[in-house]
Design a protein around this ligand. Sequence first.
Ligand code: ZN
Ligand code: ZN
Length: 580
Amino acid sequence: MKNKEVADLLERMGTLLEIKGEVVFKTRAYFKAAENIANLSEDIELIRRENRLEEIPGIGKTLAEKITQYLDTGRMAAYEKLIEEIPESLLEVVSVPSIGPKKARLFFETLKIKSLEDLRRAAEGGRLQGLVGIQEKTIENILRGIRVVRQGQERMNLGTAAEIAGVFISALEDLPEVKRIAAAGSLRRGCETVRDIDILVDSAKPQAVMEAFVRLPQVKIVNAHGETKSSILTPENVQVDLRVVGSESFGAALLYFTGSKSFNIKLRQLAIKKGMKVSEYGIFAVREESEERLAGKTEEECFKALGLPSIPPELREEIGEEELWGVFCTGRPRPLPIFIEPKDIQGDLHVHSTWSDGHNTIAQMVEAAQKRGYQYLAVSDHSAHLKVAGGVSAEDLKKKKREIDALNEKLKDFRVLFGTEVEIDTEGNLDYNKKVLSEFDIVIASIHSGFEQGPERLTRRLVKTCQNRYVHGIAHPTGVHIGKREPYAFDFQEVCRAAVDNNVFLEINAFPVRLDLNSSNVYYARRQGVKFAINTDAHRIEHLDYMKFGVSIARRGWAKKEDVLNTRSLKELMKAVQKH
Ligand SMILES: [Zn+2]
Ligand SMILES: [Zn+2]
């Protein structure tokens, strides 16, 4: 399917036209068309073959011709002409949060800035000063923005990493030569961002596995092709390393290549104390003249040989390191707590529907939630003033409520909750009045604007929101957008305190570009007594599957089932969010 490819191209074209200074209705036509194509469930190549492109909403004759040309020849003349005038690398420049199309054009026209690197040099060299609308603070923001974008180019989010690794694993796992296969590294530890992907295979025939790997259609470039290790680049320029080890070492290798570095050091030190040696080949007892293999087949066996319980990959981090090793290094090691697992989740409290900017109807979202074994789903659409996301007016809320009531009449053992993701304005007031807010089953509040206010005002906005007697939770509390935006500056400690005092949960948003709270936030907040909800912020049914990423983040923050409200039954949940 080339739907995504075509949608991306039109989106890029729209942005470049914006930089060029083209009129809004023209640029918007490209964005709209891109969005509609991305949302198609049908293959665009099939639509093209049947000459039905113009049936797609927002696609007229001219655009249909351009798409046809692209699908038939792999090129679009209009796009190629445009990038002769407006360099494609300017797309990088507008990906910096504080830089819109107008600024990008200004920089390009006055200073010939064409790329992120040009921009960095100009900003650091003081050449942006004196341009219209550029202040010292703007330049700081630009430099910070460049760093965030760079990090985003170097490290993908957990969702992307899991998807790419999944493709390779499912392509290899059915080979007769492959006995076991697993992803290792930061992906296995559930890190928010991942640099490259490590896959480990248990096989007695490494050569056959290597051959199959480097020949997969997902391989763009083979960087190394060895007997037991190969390294490739995917079309997205992601590096995937594959290693093959024998059965007797698979567990030790998995332990070793899962890391983290800091965890491996601790493990090695512990082994030395016990007269043992840990390596990627196994756990060995060190005798005067020889070494005896104690373990290596499985990770559990390795941990056991070292006198440790199986430490979940998510815990093998610097976060919580002291707590972790404190458990083992005292005279009598205590068992580890039992951490939350995906199967504990009973429902999702933050999903969108067609009432705001979601792609699916409430009924479709509910059906998908039931398929995932949930007991409840809160449909928490945006509030009236978030116009860009089709916020629901107070008038439409009545209709939405009736739709939910009617659904609940029919449903058995499942409850649709009337929810909202209500906007926190720049002063910390909410977008609906008390009367409207009191009608909802679940109210989660969030910030989508005014990120630059500075710590004092942002903290006050969030604290005031916690104090609002109608608010049950705060969604994506830090506002981070991986690869695009850093968390906004505020006093997290104070917000945690306000959340605890007012019985407000903090969300662990599982959407892969958010993962907000992150693992360190969770680790800290949990120790302050904060309760959490892990929500997907799904805008279409497939997004409900993001739940597992949120659960990984919770585990990395040492959260147990009790710490997370949406592990509870509906009755217990409603009791827990009740205001004192
Ligand atoms: Zn939101
Ligand atoms: Zn949302």
